[in-house]
Design a binder for this molecule. Structure first.
Ligand code: AHR
Length: 323
């Protein structure tokens, strides 16, 4: 990689930085901002890196353009979080021909040849959804709710996080006999979720659960529910399921506006750095890496949920977690 490294002068001596071209999906959510911060804090000149950060504004065409630019710039590594799973074969073949290792974070790519990328780091989105649904089932049983009428505000359609969380809900609805009234994308944004939720409330007067696929969608949905004269939280009209567990999401879970919040860990920077280190020392033994995550809920006591023979702790949100 030495030929491509950026030369700088440190204390009068020539030094070189490892150049990382990073194409971020956009700035659609608080989670995304945390993910960008994680990358920017990890890949600093002080730590030996030159980070070229490109924001794709949720457009795949912008991500493809950014990757092509990184190839021309002869960066040492390309890192990107793909907006959707499909449509990456051609540009990743170009990166492979240029011998630039590609590390994918967060969402996945569906490519014919897995050698087109070196590693993937992210969340098990189906598991996040499955755990949230298990907690929801426990809540429904405990509260003896006779009928579950749930609507689903989905994430960006075609993104791995949307596919995993939606599939988990669909499987749970089928298994537990919940009525899945409607599904529509809120594009992971507060504004779109407000619009979608307002429309769903006009179409269905019996909604008692909303499964939002991230915290910003949950914030938009809560506003829409309140503006329609309904209440959220245990004892209220509608219960909210959410994902991400951002600071604001956890605060609202603590205050019982959100019933269940599945953590999505955005702190990928340090894992990407480890992968780079392993690639440079030929020690990469695992192509796909899941980051650790919890599920939070706003019920008073901790519960143990059995999942596929493994035990997962579902945490009650406390003040100290939110701070
Ligand atoms: O792909 C991860 C999802 O993307 C996060 O849940 C969401 O907040 C973000 O926009």
């Amino acid at each position: 990689v030495s030929g491509k490294q950026t030369e700088i002068w440190k204390n009068g001596e020539k030094d070189s930085l490892t150049t990382i071209g990073f194409s971020q999906v956009g700035a659609e959510s608080d989670w995304r901002s945390a993910n960008s911060i994680s990358m920017k804090r990890t890949f600093t000149p002080e730590r030996g890196y030159d980070l070229i950060f490109e924001d794709a504004k949720q457009k795949q065409s912008d991500q493809i353009k950014a990757i092509r630019k990184f190839i021309q710039q002869e960066v040492d590594y390309i890192v990107f979080s793909p907006v959707v799973e499909s449509g990456w074969d051609t540009v990743l073949e170009e990166a492979k021909r240029a011998e630039i290792p590609v590390i994918i974070i967060d969402r996945k790519v569906a490519v014919k040849d897995s050698s087109l990328y070196a590693a993937w780091i992210g969340s098990n989105f189906y598991l996040e959804g499955q755990k949230a649904c298990k907690v929801m089932k426990a809540y429904v049983d405990e509260q003896q709710i006779p009928e579950v009428n749930i609507v689903n505000i989905q994430g960006t359609l075609g993104a791995t996080s949307q596919i995993g969380r939606t599939n988990a809900l669909e499987d749970a609805a089928q298994k537990y006999g919940w009525n899945l009234l409607e599904q529509e994308s809120g594009e992971y944004t507060e504004a779109k979720a407000y619009e979608v939720m307002s429309k769903m409330l006009l179409e269905h007067d019996d909604i008692n659960f909303v499964y939002c696929e991230n915290d910003n969608e949950a914030f938009g949905a809560i506003d829409a529910i309140r503006d329609a004269g309904k209440t959220v939280g245990p004892g209220g009209d509608i219960q909210i399921i959410s994902f991400d567990a951002t600071r604001e999401g956890l605060r609202r879970t603590l205050h019982r506006e959100i019933l269940i919040n599945g953590e999505c860990n955005p702190w990928h920077g340090e894992y990407v750095e480890k992968v780079i280190h392993m690639l440079e020392t030929n020690e990469l033994w695992q192509k796909e890496m899941y980051v650790p995550e919890e599920t939070f809920y706003s019920m008073p006591e901790d519960m143990q949920i059995m999942l596929g023979g493994k035990e997962y702790t579902v945490q009650t949100v406390t003040e100290s977690i939110v701070q």
